[in-house]
Write a protein of this length. Structure first.
Length: 766
């Protein structure tokens, strides 16, 4: 075995790495030693090679996972499983300044419930916008189960732009799922409650409590997309606990499907000696799959057939039943996932308490509806289609089937088996189980690449597990989550990687081909990223100002390597400070931060962004502020003071006494340095301009930035020369120093551009 591995490794090393036979043999011996020391198998080595991404490498897919009760969305690359970002959604996130600047506070405030601020969310299901059933890479939605809400994230900058609160539900789970052309985002209720906000005793559960499915209208024009609350509506349903949903596609476009549990309509009361919910809600053998003709519902709503509840259009359960909008089909008890196949014909439902996974046929459902062949009506008058009339087949996959995802290979699906802690691979056209693989542990959702689209890519599968137990180094009783990567490209499933995530429950995730995402590297200058428009408070270089009105100090400031303007803010006790900051940077990754002592002020200024901090200074004192991103060599010098004076304070006359005094000799020395530095700058510029740098967009933006910095250098040079002419050596020397700072920045950026050109095979043009 050993020699065999050795031979294989030597071969790989020799062929792939272009090594001589001798070096290849040495490399193979070394690999073998690592395998031995770390106890790795050949399979492990293969998995490592398939997931390892060399320095600077990129991933093929980008996954967006629910952060569970953290209220965030987690972004990671596949197959490397490297985490790229946590997006603040329902929860403030200081690194992004989310929930600290006024612009993002306004987004979070859209999610207030009855005026109350909610600073977390229980996120479950992310979903991409689609065009013709394909992920288009423009937006992502995610729901909050605890406070029925949907958030919209723009994939241009990976920021949360909008939160909408469900006007009639008091909890929801079956969202967010998107229709094939992103016309609507569905959010189904979970625990029934009155649609109004008044008190209704549990005794009136059957009459007054309701469930339902909300269809949030999504609109996008000129690259700007938002949920239109006014045009959104709800199809009311009986007080069954609606659960997961999915939109029809292709064959079943225009329809949506929602599971339910507790169709027993049981109300617990364990404290009064009544059997608990878990008993009362799982007594019957079947619950109901809700089948909704949403296009018809939309027409009825537009024709005024709805009622208004809490300023929201609702199609009552009576109207929905009568008009042929809503149908029910029995499904094995306590189901969880409902997943529509890529062609839209199969609707796969799994019941947690039943070992069967059921494949419903859309064609059969349509036939039953057309023939008006029903087995009866539920107590709310909704027609019930007989299970046998809708079912294509049932398959026993294992214990606790939950969710299903689809492969690129025809008829192949993967179903999570919660109780078994396994993934079952099966053929849903033939109803045949093909293979099972163990996961660790208790899988919930699972995800294939572009698995919810009309053309899944398959390739990889991520198992989103409920428990990690012993998989990682222990970090206390609260364990990390375990996202497991499984290779599904071959005939057999292969477990490749365990990724620990230190955030909430990983309910669901979606993954998109990385090349479909085209995020910006900077904002247009003075941009309010949350409204996606030019900020009223945009401030240009040289136009910074402080406006004082009684009780208020309003600052229009800027940041750029390596200073904040203003560097001193003066105020009186009790003043309201309104601080607008614009990041003037145009360079990639030149974000500045802004933090101030004792006022919970923390901003993130990505290139081009304008943000506002608003706070009241309640106590006199000295409050340093600074940039929180290590943005440049003189980052630590990116500082300033907020000086809060007692009311009516009279300044003592006198100037700032500087710690160090400069002479003409100091000035001359600095100028000499600057002249030498200019030679470096010139040589770099000469290199760049003598090459076809315009063919490299990355370099073009660096050159723009360098040109800016050089412009600033020239301004500082002019100032220093003016002071030198007046023999003011103090100011002349300091401005000469500033001139040098800009030169250094220019050279730094220029060198980055030069290196890029050298490494990417730029051609000499003159
Ligand atoms: Cu199964 Cu909310 Cu989709 Cu958790 S969810 S399992
Ligand atoms: Cu800007 Cu540090």
């Amino acid at each position: 075995m050993r020699t065999q591995i050795n031979r294989v490794l030597t071969g790989i090393a020799g062929v792939c790495l272009g090594m001589s036979a001798a070096t290849a043999a040495t490399a193979a011996t070394e690999i073998e030693k690592v395998m031995k020391d770390r106890g790795l198998t050949e399979k492990n080595l293969l998995a490592a090679a398939q997931t390892y991404t060399p320095t600077g490498g990129r991933d093929e897919y980008i996954a967006f996972a629910s952060g569970g009760q953290s209220g965030h969305v987690i972004v990671y690359g596949i197959p490397s499983m490297r985490i790229l970002k946590y997006i603040g959604v329902f929860t403030p996130e200081p690194w992004q300044g989310y929930g600290f600047d006024e612009e993002s506070k306004a987004v979070l405030a859209q999610g207030n419930i009855h005026g109350k601020e909610i600073t977390y969310g229980d996120t479950h299901h992310p979903a991409f916008t689609e065009t013709k059933g394909e992920y288009d890479g423009q937006y992502l939605f995610i729901n909050d189960k605890a406070n029925p809400r949907i958030a919209l994230i723009d994939l241009k900058d990976f920021e949360t732009k909008q939160i909408v609160v469900n006007p009639v539900f008091k909890s929801s789970h079956g969202g967010a799922f998107v229709s094939p052309n992103s016309e609507y985002v569905i959010e189904a209720a979970q625990y029934p409650a009155p649609f109004t906000n008044e008190y209704v005793p549990l005794e009136q559960f059957n009459e007054k409590y309701r469930g339902g499915m909300t269809y949030w209208k999504f609109e996008r024009k000129d690259g700007h997309g938002r949920i239109n609350v006014e045009k959104s509506f709800t199809v009311q349903a009986p007080p069954y606990s609606q659960d997961l949903s999915d939109f029809g596609k292709n064959a079943s476009d225009g329809w949506s499907f929602t599971n339910s549990f507790c169709t027993e309509r049981y109300v617990g009361g364990i404290e009064k000696g009544r059997p608990p919910y878990e008993a009362g809600c799982s007594q019957k053998d079947t619950d109901f799959l809700h089948v909704v003709n949403w296009r018809k519902a939309e027409k009825l709503i537009r024709a005024g057939k709805g009622v208004r509840i809490n300023d929201h259009d609702v199609l009552t359960v009576e109207t929905a039943a009568k008009e042929g909008v809503l149908f029910l089909i029995p499904e094995p008890k306590s189901p969880h996932g409902v997943d529509v196949s890529p062609d839209g014909e199969s609707i796969i439902v799994s019941g947690k308490l039943d070992t069967h996974t059921s494949v419903y046929s859309f064609a059969k459902i349509q036939k039953a509806i057309k023939d008006k062949k029903f087995e009866g009506k539920d107590p709310y008058g909704i027609p019930i289609i007989k299970m046998q009339d809708a079912l294509a087949r049932q398959v026993e996959l294992g214990l606790g089937p939950l969710h299903t995802q689809y492969d690129a290979k025809e008829c192949i699906a993967y179903t999570s088996l919660y109780v078994d802690s396994m993934v079952g691979k099966w053929n849903y056209c033939e109803g045949k189980l093909l293979e099972k693989i163990s996961i660790h542990y208790n899988i919930g959702h699972l995800m294939t690449m572009e698995g919810d689209s009309v053309s899944p890519d398959g390739k990889y599968l991520v198992s989103l597990n409920k428990l990690a137990i012993d998989r990682f180094n222990p970090v206390g009783p609260l364990h990390p989550q375990n996202h497991q990567l499984i290779n599904i490209s071959g005939d057999k499933m292969e477990l490749m990687y365990d990724m620990a995530i230190p955030l909430g429950e990983p309910h669901y995730a979606v993954a998109i081909r990385a090349d479909k995402l085209k995020p910006v590297i900077r904002y247009k200058s003075g941009w309010n990223s949350r409204t996606d428009s030019r900020s009223k408070f945009k401030t240009r270089a040289g136009r910074e100002k402080t406006v004082r009105t009684p009780g208020k100090v309003e600052i229009f400031g800027t940041t750029i390597r390596s200073h904040i303007t203003p560097e001193t803010i003066e105020a009186e006790v009790g003043d309201e400070i309104v601080l607008h900051l614009t990041n003037l940077e145009r360079a990639q990754d030149e974000t500045h931060g802004f933090a101030i002592y004792g006022h919970n002020v923390n901003l993130s200024l990505e290139p081009g962004k304008t943000v506002t901090a608003r706070f009241i200074v309640e106590k006199e004192g000295v409050y340093p502020y600074y940039c929180t991103e290590f943005c440049s060599a003189l980052h630590l010098e990116m500082e300033g003071y907020l000086l809060v004076k007692p009311k009516g304070y009279k300044a003592v006359a006198g100037e700032i006494e500087e710690g160090t005094k400069y002479t003409q000799a100091d000035y001359d020395k600095q100028v000499k340095t600057n002249v030498a530095t200019q030679e470096v700058v010139d040589s770099v510029v000469a290199f760049i301009t003598s090459h076809n740098y315009k063919d490299f967009p990355e370099v073009v933006s660096l050159v723009e930035d360098a040109t800016d910095q050089l412009g600033f250098a020239t301004e500082a040079k002019t100032k220093s020369e003016k002071f030198a002419a007046d023999k003011d050596w103090q100011n002349a020397t300091l401005w000469a120093g500033q001139w040098w700072q800009y030169q250094v920045k220019t050279a730094d950026i220029g060198l980055r551009a030069k290196t890029f050109l050298e490494q990417n095979g730029a051609k000499k043009i003159k």
